[in-house]
Design a protein around this ligand. Structure first.
Ligand code: KIV
Ligand code: ZN
Length: 389
């Protein structure tokens, strides 16, 4: 059976850092790179060295401190870019240059005012040039999601022949539907004669909320690397979120795919990235949102309290979350109320809870969430009434 290890290529420090307001200084980048290595990512895309002297220095420092993961630097298919990336990566134990060019007709015409043949030639030359500096060269066919498959296959065959070890098929604009993206990967596997000499990588953007689904579809069709970011940060609506793809593959382990990610570190690193980049995580974000393990409706709370697995497919400890939460709102039921009173040290019987529940609903209709202090006040007035009657 073909190996089903999925290489996790983290681009939080490159595509993620492109988000307005998320810019990091060198010290912050190094701290996050070390945390990413500790998390178990296989490749860290450390930055785009030609973009600024600061980013060059960050990539250079990251290259020196990272000992196990591959450190990757981005470049356009331009000799100077590639040389600058190579220089920044000089101290790396495992350096990778990530170079490429737009291959969709829209990019070829609007961005480059060129022909398909000219772009093909530039792609080959870029990979050959990068091979002068490092063995590990990844080629990206920007906007592959909207690139004609036949032409894409020609480009991919040519860059592998030129020495590319990884071929990245970005859905740069988040355009594809999952079955289309999967078919694109399958098309390359079936129509590029030397495809077995390279790893296919998925790099999906989230403009239609499909980045995670598209990456998984890519894997199901033969890709073995996923490019992703912590908290799904990235250009516009973001990139595939690392925590989501890792947990999908873990949850569906019967498919045979696996990663090296230490999943207990997912919530801590999510918080670290959010704090360092000053970018809050939406409450309902899968795996790392503050509501990912919160139960609020009466029906769910009742089931959850009988057996957590009725409403949780992942145990919070598995992803380093603080624990499941029962949130008391006007949609909560008696079981949750009794449970919380019990946790607060009260031993109310069923009849007591019925009386308290009516009181609880009055408070809950006034407030978004009923707090422990509200319950303590209710319990106090209930006990006073019982004693004095
Ligand atoms: O989205 C994209 O196409 C990219 C490439 C530079 C890999 O980020
Ligand atoms: Zn991107």
């Amino acid at each position: 059976m073909a190996d089903k290890k999925i290489h996790i290529f983290d681009t939080t420090l490159r595509d993620g850092e492109q988000v307005p307001g998320c810019k990091l200084n060198a010290g912050e980048k190094i701290e996050l790179a070390l945390a990413l290595e500790d998390l178990g990512v296989d490749i860290i895309e450390a930055g785009f060295p030609i973009s600024s002297p600061g980013d060059f220095a960050s990539v250079q420092e990251i290259a020196k401190v990272i000992k196990h993961a591959t450190v990757c630097g981005l470049s356009r298919a331009v000799e100077k870019d590639i040389e600058t990336a190579a220089a920044a990566l000089k101290g790396a134990v495992r350096p990778r240059i990530h170079t490429g060019i737009g291959t969709s007709d829209s990019h070829i015409k609007a961005k480059f005012n060129a022909t398909r043949e000219e772009i093909l030639e530039r792609a080959i030359q870029a990979v050959k040039w990068a091979k002068n500096f490092v063995d590990d060269v990844e080629f990206y066919a920007e906007d592959a999601g909207r690139t004609d498959n036949e032409y894409l296959a020609r480009v991919i065959e040519a860059v592998i022949k030129a020495g590319a070890t990884v071929v990245n098929i970005p859905d740069t604009t988040g355009y594809c539907l999952p079955h289309q993206y999967g078919e694109k990967i399958a098309y390359l596997i079936n129509n590029v004669p030397n495809i077995d000499k390279a790893i296919i990588s998925c790099h999906c953007h989230n403009d239609l909320g499909l980045a995670t689904a598209n990456s998984i579809s890519g894997v199901l069709n033969g890709a073995r690397q996923i490019e992703c970011t912590i908290n799904g940060l990235g250009e516009r609506a973001g990139n595939t979120s690392l925590e989501e793809v890792v947990m999908i593959l873990k949850q569906h382990h019967t498919l045979g795919y696996y990663t090296n990610i230490k999943t207990q570190q997912l919530n801590p690193i999510s918080r670290l990235v959010s704090d360092t980049m000053r970018m809050p995580v939406q409450a309902n974000k899968a795996i790392v949102g503050s509501n990912a393990f919160s139960h609020s409706s009466g029906i769910h709370q009742d089931g959850f309290l009988k057996d957590a697995q009725t409403y949780e497919i992942i145990a919070p400890e598995e992803v380093g979350a603080d624990g499941s939460k029962i949130v008391l709102t006007a949609r909560s039921g008696r079981s949750a109320l009794a449970h919380r009173f019990h946790k607060l040290g009260y031993q109310f019987n069923r009849n007591d809870v019925d009386v308290l529940y009516a009181e609880f609903l009055k408070v809950a209709d006034r407030k978004k969430e009923v707090e422990d202090a509200d319950l303590q006040a209710m319990a106090k007035s209930f006990e006073t009434t019982v004693i004095t009657t």
